[in-house]
Design a protein around this ligand. Structure first.
Ligand code: AMP
Length: 120
């Protein structure tokens, strides 16, 4: 838990969010500024600022984030046409919330770009 982190506050129910999935390790909620019809953030409860802060012990957690993304994708019926997962790491990638998270995006054809932003 990091006191100033908005995602820690959502995880601890100090801040409202539209939570669509949770378990002992992960919380998933709708992005407040969606870039696609389905835009869910998959967030570990553990406060890891970015990919650069990952440690060896976090490897199972990273795998779990992806199986949760898969489960949430099925819940939002993205399994037929597919979805995109994005992780932004650091300022050049456009990371604005420094609590590691996967963006799960789908519900429309996504442009052939790996960039984030409204055109994802
Ligand atoms: P990133 O640029 O990868 O750090 O993405 C952070 C994402 O968090 C952005 O897409 C924001 O729209 C989203 N976001 C910021 N604050 C909230 C919030 N309180 N609830 C839900 N999503 C949020």
């Amino acid at each position: 838990m990091s006191a100033d982190c908005i995602f820690c506050k959502i995880i601890n129910r100090e801040l409202d969010a539209d939570i669509v999935y949770e378990d002992d390790e992960v919380v998933a909620f709708k992005d407040v500024n969606p870039a696609a019809p389905v835009h869910i953030l998959i967030v570990p409860r553990k406060h890891i600022p970015s990919l650069l802060d990952l440690e060896k012990d976090d490897e199972p957690l990273m795998g779990h984030l992806h199986t949760v993304a898969n489960e949430v994708a099925r819940k939002f019926k993205l399994d037929r046409k597919g979805y995109r997962v994005v992780i932004n790491c650091g300022p050049d990638a456009g990371q604005i919330v420094f609590h590691l998270h996967l963006h799960l995006l789908g519900g429309r054809p996504l442009l052939q770009t790996i960039a984030k932003g409204r055109g994802v």
